[in-house]
Design a protein around this ligand. Structure first.
Ligand SMILES: [Zn+2]
Length: 322
C-alpha cells in the first residue's frame, strides 16, 4: 500500500499529560495513573491488536526509510480498534477516498486519529474511511475508533499504524506488540494474542516449552509430555519472574520464556528453536548448536511467513513459530 509517513512536529508533552489528567477528572492523582514516571510504561496486557488483515508494508524499510509505521490491509469498513487505553488527541479529516489533492493532509494519511496514552506514548491510525470518536474522548483498550479505508495517499483500503514512545520517537509497532504477545494484524480472534495457551498435552510445542524451561535454568524432563512435572516447572519459572504462578504457558509466560537464538547460539534455547523449526517443516538435527544450516532453516521459515529473513529467532519469529 502506498502512503507517505508523516513528519510530526514536537508536541507539548506536559500539556498532553495535563489534558489526560483533566479528562480523567479531579480526584485521580498522578500516582494512581502511574504518571509521570516512566516506570508505569504500558506493560503486558495493556495493548491489543488495532485491526485484522494482511501486513503489506513495514516500518522503515530500505525502500521506504521514512515509513514510520506498518500497513495492515483488509476490506474497507474493517473495524479499527484502540491499541491501548487513552484519550483522543486529535483527528484529521478532509481527504476523500482516492483523492490525493484535497483536504488538510493532501497526499498523506487522510482521515486519521491520534491517541495519547499514559507516559506520553501515542498511537496513530491513518487512511480511515470513517472516524468514530471525537477529540478529547476517553478511549478504552480495544474500543472501536474507526473503519478501515483508503483516504489520503493510498492505493487500497489499509490501516497505517504507528506507535511512538515518549519524546516522540517512533518504534516498530510490530515488534513493540510482539514483545507484548500480540501479532499485529493477526487473523486470530480479537483478544487472543497469537501465542498458544498450553497447560497440558503431548507434542512438539510441549517439548519446545520443556527445552525453553531448561534453557531458563529450570529443571524438567524433556519428553514432550506436559504433565504435573512440567506444570510444576512452569510455576517455578513464573514465580521466579514475578508472574502469576498458574502453570499455564500463555502470552505473558511465553514472552518471558522464549530465548533469542541466532547463528552461533548454543544450548537448550537452540534445541527449542530447532524442535519448533522441525515442526514447521525443517529437518534439523536437534543438537543445540545453531549453525549455518539452522540459520538457513530459520530464514526459510521467516520468508514463508512474511517475516524479515535475518535468520534470528527473536520474539516475533518465536510468536509465529509456536
Ligand atoms: Zn503506511
Amino acid at each position: 500500500m502506498n502512503d507517505e509517513s508523516r513528519s510530526r512536529r514536537p508536541r507539548d508533552v506536559a500539556a498532553s499529560r495535563r489534558t489526560l489528567l483533566a479528562a480523567l477528572g479531579a480526584g485521580v492523582g498522578a500516582g494512581a495513573l502511574g504518571l509521570p514516571g516512566p516506570a508505569a510504561a504500558a506493560g503486558p496486557g495493556t495493548w491489543t491488536n488495532p485491526t485484522r488483515g494482511t501486513l503489506t508494508s513495514g516500518y522503515k524499510t530500505p525502500s521506504r526509510p521514512g515509513h514510520l509505521g506498518w500497513d495492515v490491509a483488509a476490506a474497507q469498513g474493517t473495524p479499527v480498534y484502540a491499541a491501548a487505553a487513552g484519550t483522543v488527541r486529535d483527528i484529521r479529516t478532509g481527504s476523500y477516498p482516492g483523492d490525493q489533492t484535497s483536504g488538510p493532509l493532501p497526499g498523506r494519511t487522510g482521515n486519521s486519529v491520534h491517541l495519547n496514552h499514559v507516559d506520553s506514548f501515542f498511537t496513530y491510525y491513518g487512511h480511515l474511511h470513517r472516524v468514530l470518536v471525537s477529540p478529547g474522548q476517553q478511549i478504552s483498550c480495544g474500543q472501536l475508533i474507526g473503519l478501515m479505508g483508503t483516504t489520503g495517499n493510498s492505493t487500497g483500503p489499509h490501516l497505517h499504524f504507528e506507535i511512538h514512545r515518549p519524546r516522540l520517537t517512533s518504534t516498530d509497532p510490530r515488534v513493540f506488540l510482539a514483545n507484548r504477545g500480540i501479532s499485529l494484524g493477526s487473523t486470530a480472534p480479537l483478544g487472543s494474542t497469537g501465542w498458544p495457551s498450553v497447560s497440558g498435552g503431548t507434542g512438539w510445542v510441549q517439548r519446545t516449552i520443556q527445552y525453553l524451561l531448561r534453557g531458563r535454568g529450570v529443571s524438567v524432563v524433556v519428553d514432550g509430555y506436559f504433565g504435573p512435572g512440567t506444570a510444576s516447572a512452569v510455576r517455578t519459572f513464573q514465580s521466579g519472574r514475578g508472574l502469576h504462578a498458574d502453570g499455564l504457558v500463555g502470552p505473558i509466560t511465553w514472552t518471558a520464556l522464549i530465548l533469542p537464538v541466532q547463528q552461533g547460539s548454543s544450548g537448550d534455547g537452540v534445541r527449542a528453536a530447532q524442535t519448533a523449526l522441525n515442526a514447521r517443516g525443517a529437518a534439523l538435527l536437534v543438537d543445540g548448536a545453531f549453525g549455518a544450516v539452522s540459520a538457513a532453516a530459520a530464514r526459510s521459515f521467516q520468508s514463508a511467513n512474511g517475516l524479515l529473513a535475518d535468520g534470528q529467532v527473536g520474539p516475533l519469529t518465536w510468536s509465529v513459530l509456536v
